[in-house]
Design a protein around this ligand. Structure first.
Ligand SMILES: Nc1ncnc2c1ncn2[C@@H]1O[C@H](COP(=O)(O)OP(=O)(O)O)[C@@H](O)[C@H]1O
Ligand SMILES: [Mg+2]
Length: 284
């Protein structure tokens, strides 16, 4: 018997962006945003991606979400090559992977009700009637700590932290296996960050969702992830558990990252997770 396909497999991923030609007789210049990235995420083992601004994190997220096309390389989700799937199959596959964006202000359409926003991934799937969409939206809202009476409200009626809960509800509504979260708490007040991270941790246990969590902050990654890769100028320069990176960082850039967060105690988040048990059966 062959082993089941990993949840996510990224191989030799390259993305170059052409720059506008500034001089007519010079060759066009390129930004080499990703220069050959490889990693595997197995179900139930969340992966953190850390790296400074401009290291290629958001480019990687967009490629994993099939919102952008690689220059070279592949992204397989549950064994399917996302970038070669026919459009109808990609649309169906999208129920298995959803995204939470950094900016809870820009990522929610201000003209739409919470019901419409949260149910959007279901609507994109087709096949789910209006009443059922509403019911599922109400359910998932309560799961992220909001109320079903919030369905008729608009994004401006909520705080930043509540908006990010709405974005998480939207990601959760198709019961995805993978959630890609690109700097999900960076735009929030420090006091609210922990609440949102705790919610994400609860959902991890409750629904068996696995995160690909992008952050410039090792403390955030330590909270939710079992493994970490360090991205530097479009390449992975180091990988390990959060503890490995805290106590045994090899790359100078990783050491600089660790020194920037001296106040946290690594491993506590994981101990809490383990103590709470792994009730990770996926509700689908
Ligand atoms: N659409 C684009 N066109 C041109 N360059 C881009 C584009 N998106 C990202 N880049 C460049 O690619 C590099 C990586 O960007 P990004 O993935 O946003 O990094 P990060 O999220 O780690 O800050 C940067 O140099 C950025 O300027
Ligand atoms: Mg980014």
């Amino acid at each position: 018997m062959t082993a089941p396909a990993p949840l996510l497999q990224v191989a030799q991923l390259v993305r170059h962006y052409p720059l506008p030609r500034t001089r007519l007789f010079h060759p066009p210049q390129q930004v080499q945003a990703l220069q050959g990235v490889d990693f595997t995420v197995t179900a139930g083992r969340s992966l953190g991606i850390v790296g400074e601004s401009g290291s290629g994190k958001s480019t990687l997220a967009r490629l994993v979400m099939a919102l952008d096309t690689p220059t070279a390389g592949t992204v397989h989700l549950l064994g399917r090559n996302l970038h070669t799937l026919p459009p109808a199959e990609l649309r169906r596959a999208r129920r298995d992977f959803q995204m939470v964006f950094q900016d809870p202000y820009g990522s929610l359409d201000p003209h739409h009700t919470v019901e419409r926003i949260v149910a959007e991934p279901l609507r994109a799937q087709g096949q789910v009637g209006r009443a059922e969409q509403r019911e599922q939206a109400a359910q998932v809202l309560t799961q992220v700590g909001l109320r079903s009476s919030d369905l008729g409200k608009y994004p401006h009626e909520f705080s930043g932290g509540q908006r990010q809960r709405i974005a998480i509800a939207r990601a959760l509504i198709t019961r995805p296996r993978l959630i890609v979260a690109d700097e999900p708490v960076s735009a929030l007040d420090v006091s609210v960050q922990a609440q949102v991270l705790n919610l994400m941790q609860d959902l991890q246990q409750q629904f068996g969702v696995t995160y690909l969590l992008i952050s410039h902050d090792l403390a955030v990654v330590n909270h939710l992830c079992d493994d970490v890769v360090v991205l530097y100028q479009g390449r992975i320069v180091e990988r390990g558990t959060p503890q490995d990176l805290f106590y045994n960082a090899q790359h100078p850039y990783t050491r600089a990252l660790v020194n920037a967060v001296p106040q946290i105690a690594p491993g506590r988040a994981r101990a809490r997770r383990t103590a709470a048990g792994s009730s990770a059966g996926i509700a689908r």
